[in-house]
Design a protein around this ligand. Structure first.
Ligand code: NAP
Length: 294
C-alpha cells in the first residue's frame, strides 16, 4: 500500500478522494500575488502530488490572481479522471495584492467563468463560496443571496457541487436549506480549534471539513510540545501536525500547502504516522493553551 493510502478516503461531492490532498495557494508569487520565482518548480510540485496519489487539489482564481489555476492547467491538463479540483469565489485582488469582497451575482458568475477558462474545464467539480463578511475569520450575516447564485450556477451545470469557506455554523445551516453543501473550509489546526463543534456536526452528516492553514499558514506552527512529540516519533513537526488532523475526525480532509517537492513528500508521508496516546495528550494540550503555538 502506498503511503498516502494509509490516510483513507472520504466522499467529496460525488467522488471519493484520498484524505491527504494538496493546497495550491503557495504556488503563486510572494504574498500570493503574481508569478512564482520558478514556474517550472511550481508545475513540478503539482505533477509530483498527482504521482504520489493526491486526487484532491484546492485552488482559487484569486491566487495570483489567476496564476495558480493557470499553473494547474499547464501542469496537469488533461486531468486524471479521479482528480477533484476545488476552487473558491467571493473575493478579488486589487492592484497591490489586497483582498476585496466580490460576491455580487455578476461577480460570482464572472468568477465561475474565469475559473472554467483558467482551469480549462467545462464544469467545476466543487466551488466554495468564500465569505468576505470579514476577511480574517467567520462573521455572522446572511449569505443567502450568494448561495442562491451558486445554486443557480449548479442547476445550469457550470458547477457540480457547492461548498462554503470562512463560515459560521448558522451560515452552514442556512446554506443547506438552499443547496446540498459538499464541504466546509475554515481555518483550523493544532493551535486553533474554534471549529470543534462544527467539525463534529458535519461529521454526523458525512460532510467533509477541510481545514485551511493546517500547518499554521503564513506563520508555521511552533510549540515545544509539537517539537518534542515529533522528536520522539522520529517525525517532523509538520508531519505530526498533519497526523493530528487526520486522527481528529474521519471527515477532515487535508490540503497542506507547499511550493517545495521536498516538503510535499514529507507532508504526504504523515499518512504513515500513528500518534500514541501520550503524544495525543500532549498535542491536545496545545489547543487548550492556545497561545503557546501561533
Ligand atoms: N478558504 C480560505 O480562505 C483559505 C485561506 C488560506 C488557504 N487556503 C487553502 O488552504 C491551503 C493550505 O493553507 P496554506 O498553504 O496557506 O498554509 P499551510 O498548509 O498551513 O502552510 C503552508 C506553509 O507551510 C510551509 N510548509 C509546508 N510544508 C512544510 C514542511 N514540510 N516543512 C516546513 N514548512 C512547510 C510552506 O512553505 P514551503 O512552500 O516552503 O513549503 C508554507 O509557507 C492553501 O494552499 C489554500 O489552498 C484557503
Amino acid at each position: 500500500m502506498s503511503s498516502i493510502d494509509q490516510a483513507g478516503t472520504h466522499l467529496l461531492g460525488d467522488s471519493t478522494v484520498r484524505r491527504l490532498g494538496y493546497g495550491a495557494m503557495q504556488l503563486a508569487g510572494p504574498g500570493v500575488f503574481g508569478l512564482p520565482k520558478d514556474p517550472d518548480a511550481a508545475r513540478a510540485v503539482l505533477r509530483e502530488a498527482i504521482a504520489l496519489g493526491v486526487n484532491h487539489i484546492d485552488t482559487s482564481d484569486f491566487y495570483g490572481p489567476h496564476i495558480t489555476n493557470q499553473l494547474i492547467r499547464e501542469a496537469l491538463h488533461p486531468y486524471p479522471d479521479d482528480l477533484v479540483i476545488v476552487t473558491k469565489i467571493g473575493a478579488r485582488r486589487d492592484a497591490q495584492g489586497g483582498w476585496l469582497r466580490a460576491d455580487s451575482a455578476d461577480e460570482l458568475r464572472q468568477a465561475v467563468h474565469d475559473n472554467l477558462r483558467n482551469l480549462g474545464l467545462e464544469s467545476l467539480d466543487v466551488v466554495n463560496l468564500r465569505s468576505m463578511l470579514d476577511v480574517h475569520g467567520p462573521a455572522e450575516g446572511s449569505l443567502e443571496e450568494q448561495v442562491t447564485v451558486l445554486a443557480q450556477l449548479r442547476q445550469e451545470g457550470l458547477i457540480r457541487h457547492v461548498g462554503l469557506s470562512n463560515v459560521t455554523m448558522t451560515q452552514v445551516e442556512q446554506a443547506r436549506r438552499i443547496v446540498p453543501v459538499a464541504c466546509v473550509q475554515n481555518m483550523y489546526n493544532l493551535a486553533h480549534r474554534g471549529d470543534d463543534e462544527l467539525i463534529d456536526t458535519l461529521a454526523r452528516d458525512g460532510i467533509p471539513y477541510v481545514p485551511f492553514f493546517p500547518l499554521g499558514g503564513f506563520t508555521r506552527l511552533q510549540s515545544d510540545a509539537l517539537s518534542s512529540v515529533a522528536a520522539n516519533l522520529d517525525a517532523t513537526p509538520m508531519q505530526v501536525a498533519i497526523a493530528w488532523l487526520l486522527q481528529r475526525s474521519p471527515n477532515v480532509l487535508l490540503i497542506p500547502g507547499t511550493s517545495s517537492v521536498t516538503h510535499l513528500r514529507e507532508n504526504l508521508k504523515a499518512a504513515d504516522l500513528a500518534l500514541p496516546k501520550d503524544a495525543l495528550t500532549l498535542l491536545d494540550g496545545i489547543g487548550q493553551q492556545g497561545a503557546s503555538a501561533h
